[in-house]
Design a protein around this ligand. Sequence first.
Ligand SMILES: [Zn+2]
Length: 80
Amino acid sequence: MTAQRIRLIKCHVCGKPIASDANPCTECGTKDPFGWVAEKENLERVKSKALLTSVQITGFLFFIFLLIKFWEPLLNKFSH
Ligand SMILES: [Zn+2]
């Protein structure tokens, strides 16, 4: 029995099984047979979205900080 060293992976574009090291695809010739480029782009999109969210959170925390900073003297004014 011979072990299959080359793993067959379905091409991302044409859906045909190709060798895991076949790049470009031997069936349809796409340069992104495993969806790596698409995955990377997707990852970048998720990253930039996460960055945007963290910026929003930081902005919100800063807003809360300012609110407390200006709210405290106001409370002190009323407590006296
Ligand atoms: Zn293909």
